[in-house]
Design a protein around this ligand. Sequence first.
Ligand code: UDP
Ligand code: GLC
Ligand code: MN
Length: 331
Amino acid sequence: MSEEAFVTLATSDSYAKGAMVLGQSLRNHHTNRKLVALVGPHVTDCCIEALNTIFDEVCVVNVLDSGDTANLALMKRPDLGVTLTKLHCWTLTQYSKCVFMDADTMVLSNIDELYEREELSAAPDPGWPDCFNSGVFVFRPSNETHDKLLTFCSENGSFDGGDQGVLNSYFSTWATADISKHLPFIYNLSSIAIYSYLPAFKQYGHNAKVVHFLGQVKPWSYSYDTKKGEVKGSVSQQSAHMHPDYLLLWWQLYTKSVAPLLKSAYRDEPFSSGFVQHEYEDLTHQAAAPAPEPKKLSSEERKKRWEAGQIDYMGDDSFANIERKLDTFLK
Ligand code: UDP
Ligand code: GLC
Ligand code: MN
């Protein structure tokens, strides 16, 4: 019987860093499947070296870009045209069945049972649950399917400018044909969904097996204070939709298992291209000049900001605060 593998994709060093955390999380939970990383030609040698220590196979692939600025603009994600590169995963015909996982996902437990599922199995997208989210899916590599997908793409384009649009149009019966192809949401818990239905998260969140840091702000957009063990919001926090516990977990994994690989890889080549340097700059910066305390907002002002989508996920509107409020209501 031929082998099965988890597959991810990184076209840049930042996404490669995400891929390393994902790969390490799969190792920590003792997967017995192979790990494959597809990388674009711009990923630097030091990242490829680090990826090689975690993954069984690192394959360099050409970047495929939709260049579909109109549809990408609708999602406010001009950067996602390159996600069409994901379609290369169907060419991994040395494997009989694979599970694709975005580089911004992380597993919280062993998920090898996913190989009992058939192509194309995936979890609902939190934005439009009749579409599947293409951050985690089960597929069967096949050159024929790969060719058909590319043809489909060139003839019809992608309704979102990225892979998820094409894949949903191609596997168009997913929503209705076979319930066994609907993965439970716990296999692709997007951080966005946590805040759109908090009571459900409170009820079922502890069962989550895969967390997906979906959206523009990624764990690597933050920095981490290794001394305090705290994540620091170095980017506009208003646009982040992240549960602080998962974010912390990502950084703990990164600091413990990934950063050491990168530092040794960078050793001979002084920080020419790395995020590692930024992190350390951030650290020293924070040590020298702590950020001023944000001014307290009235609850009216907070409500206004929440409704305008300016949510202070790390502060007043943090999960812990909301949970406390929910508990008071429920009592
Ligand atoms: N990706 C990549 N380089 C990019 C953008 C995306 O390699 O510049 C890959 C990566 O595996 C990523 C996936 O495509 O996880 C989908 O993009 P992203 O996760 O940013 O989309 P989201 O899940 O936020 O919609
Ligand atoms: C999504 C998915 C991601 C995909 C992107 C572009 O929101 O999470 O995996 O690459 O859309 O289609
Ligand atoms: Mn993603």
